[in-house]
Design a protein around this ligand. Structure first.
Ligand SMILES: [Zn+2]
Length: 126
């Protein structure tokens, strides 16, 4: 049974999502694996497993990582860094930053969807 708490602000919910925490209480974990949402919060019991963030977290991650990596490559090219070194660093930064950022983006999007109170099953993929 979910604990009744006052509805947190949108900013609070987004912060909790970026920290991969429950949107309702901010204490329970949001994920049971890398990108799989828990069915319900361990701390407050809020139902979370029905939230479908779909591809939007991936789009956000691509946009952020793309701007960082492309900016870094342009700066490296202008400063005379060898091309092979720029490419090697870009590959490592792209992979590691993407893997780190994706769950945080999914947490923010899932928590925002929770804040919008989208009814269960209303955003099913077609
Ligand atoms: Zn909770």
């Amino acid at each position: 049974m979910p604990t009744t708490l006052p509805m947190p602000s949108t900013l609070t919910v987004l912060k909790r999502g970026l920290l991969c925490r429950c949107p309702n209480c901010g204490k329970g974990r949001l994920f049971k694996s890398y990108l799989k949402l828990v069915d319900h919060c361990d701390a407050c019991g809020e139902q979370l497993g029905h939230i479908r963030a779909d591809d939007f977290p991936a789009y956000l991650t691509i946009a952020i990582v793309g701007h960082i990596v492309v900016g870094g490559m342009l700066a490296a090219a202008q400063s005379g860094v060898p091309t092979w070194a720029g490419i090697l660093v870009s590959i490592v930064v792209t992979i590691s930053l993407t893997l780190w950022l994706l769950p945080h983006m999914k947490g923010a999007v899932a928590n925002y969807l929770w804040r919008l109170k989208i009814p269960k099953g209303s955003v099913e993929a077609g």
